[in-house]
Design a protein around this ligand. Structure first.
Ligand SMILES: Nc1ncnc2c1ncn2[C@@H]1O[C@H](COP(=O)(O)OP(=O)(O)OP(=O)(O)O)[C@@H](O)[C@H]1O
Ligand SMILES: [Mg+2]
Length: 216
């Protein structure tokens, strides 16, 4: 039976139609949550996270026709370029780095699992932000999600895992990004970047899980 285990995402499993649905759903989810994301950022940052992410996702939506026919790795890189070209703030370059590195490392051969690509993308974001797990940033969602993908967790489990990881940033003390300036006052609030990454993963993994059910 074909499987959409998150390690095996590739065309032709993700065909053009499913790819477009993924791009549109993820972008719309972030745009719809823009006010909530900015509200989180108002509490422990400067209040622009929703605006930053919305701008990036509007660029991805507007430019999607240009990426849908590319090979999957190139399409991911093109999305990274669209984000970096449209989003200011700390989050834009970090999210863009994830897409660019994932795409650059996506296996040429359909038989290779993209485990190394997901790991490389995580490491690149860490390097870009000079950050690591436990600092109350989007890394605290990306890292456990990457581990889960590497260990073969089913797509239908991934959204819940990402949301729990975002929740788990609440009690953390921020030591990176603007929230670090707040010291102890950063404790008790969800990190906005962790929230938006969790929303993107929940949306993408949910759609992939449904596609998997249809294929079963
Ligand atoms: N050094 C870092 N490493 C990893 N993630 C970071 C880092 N700095 C910020 N972040 C993430 O970015 C999010 C904030 O993104 P946002 O779009 O609000 O940018 P910003 O911090 O306001 O940037 P700027 O100060 O340039 O406007 C944080 O919630 C955090 O998850
Ligand atoms: Mg901000």
């Amino acid at each position: 039976m074909p499987t959409l285990d998150c390690r095996t995402l590739e065309r032709p499993v993700i065909d053009r139609q499913l790819f477009e649905r993924l791009v549109v759903a993820v972008a719309r989810r972030i745009i719809a949550a823009s006010d909530t994301l900015s509200e989180l950022d108002r509490t422990i940052g400067d209040g622009d996270h929703g605006i930053n992410m919305r701008r990036g996702m509007e660029a991805v939506l507007a430019g999607r026709e240009m990426v849908l026919d590319l090979a999957f790795g190139q399409a991911l890189q093109a999305i990274g370029h669209q984000i970096v070209g449209s989003v200011g703030g700390a989050s834009g370059p970090l999210v863009a780095t994830w897409f660019l590195t994932l795409g650059r490392n996506w296996p040429q051969s359909g038989t290779d699992l993209p485990i190394d690509a997901f790991e490389a993308a995580l490491q690149a974001v860490k390097a870009r932000g000079r950050s690591d797990v436990g600092q109350k940033t989007l890394i605290d969602v990306l890292a456990p999600v990457t581990e889960a993908i590497k260990s073969g967790l089913a797509c239908r489990e991934l959204g819940g895992l990402a949301n729990r990881a975002a929740e788990a940033t609440k009690p953390m003390l921020a030591t990176r990004g603007r929230a670090a300036f707040l010291g102890d006052r950063s404790i008790g609030h969800m990190d906005p970047g962790a929230c938006s990454v969790a929303l993107m993963i929940e949306t993408a993994a949910g759609l992939l899980a449904k596609a998997e059910e249809r294929m079963a």
